[in-house]
Design a protein around this ligand. Sequence first.
Ligand code: AMP
Ligand code: MG
Length: 302
Amino acid sequence: MLGTIVNFTVSGVPEEQALVAIRAAAEEMTRIEALFTIYGELDNSVKQFNQSKPGVPVSLPQEVDALLLQSKRIRQQTHGAFDAGLGSLNLLWGFSQEPAPVAPPQAAQINMLLGHGAKEIRRISDKWVRDSAQARLDFGGIAKGYAIDRAMEVLKQHGIAHAIVDAGGDMRVIGNHGGKPWKIGIRHPRKTGAIGYLPVQGDQSIVTSGDYERFFEFEGKRYHHILDPQTGYPASRCMSVTVLAGDATTADAWSTALFVLGPGEGLKLVEATPGVEALWVTNVGSVVLSSGMRSMYKISPQ
Ligand code: AMP
Ligand code: MG
């Protein structure tokens, strides 16, 4: 699901109960994916919005409306680094489409889309309007986190108190592991294995954005799927960013934003934002931690 493999870990209940809960949680994730994706054959309100006539307000389902409002809020908090209105640019680069791209698009095509993003997607009373035909929604930087949160909510409704919902390394964790914290590894962006780990318990989310997830190399240069809204090109300040937050929706959006910003601007922002901690692996491979992250982070024994 969601372009990755989702793993559910549940403990503290009989296997029967766990399986029923996991099946329901997986179904919920499938529903969320269908609701937000701009790819594939199935129609949905997000694709319809992306085809809507500029200037004509349309209504969106409550969940899409809510995630779009939250996306706009995070766009403001991150000084435009997180932009859920980059659909046209993302489609042009084609990282989420088949066949996978092997060369960057023409600079002229990229430049034509600069400045067209979520700021041109506005809420008018309870409807949404796009100001230009180039402004298209793409929830690719936040929907996986939302799906993880929804899945965890379903597990909780089934009486589960100790669990991990792990979508390809992006996860939410509740409870603990036999009375001890869950031990969550942070992947090295270039080598197999972890650079360190975080002991987590209670209810916390850990999401990583990395340049190794979807990329190609062209004329000796790496091009990947996280775009800098300012340039229209892949953001170049980091190899990966791992974010710790109370919910996976927040962690997902912020990991994408902080990847774009890098630690230079990002660290100040994180220190000023309660409930968000981050770890950057910069483009030269150095590790930068926010203060809250530093107090939790453990370096892996080599
Ligand atoms: P993530 O892996 O969570 O960092 O999200 C990357 C995905 O989010 C991409 O595949 C795009 O669909 C979308 N995306 C790319 N750049 C941005 C950005 N600057 N802001 C928001 N979403 C983005
Ligand atoms: Mg993200």
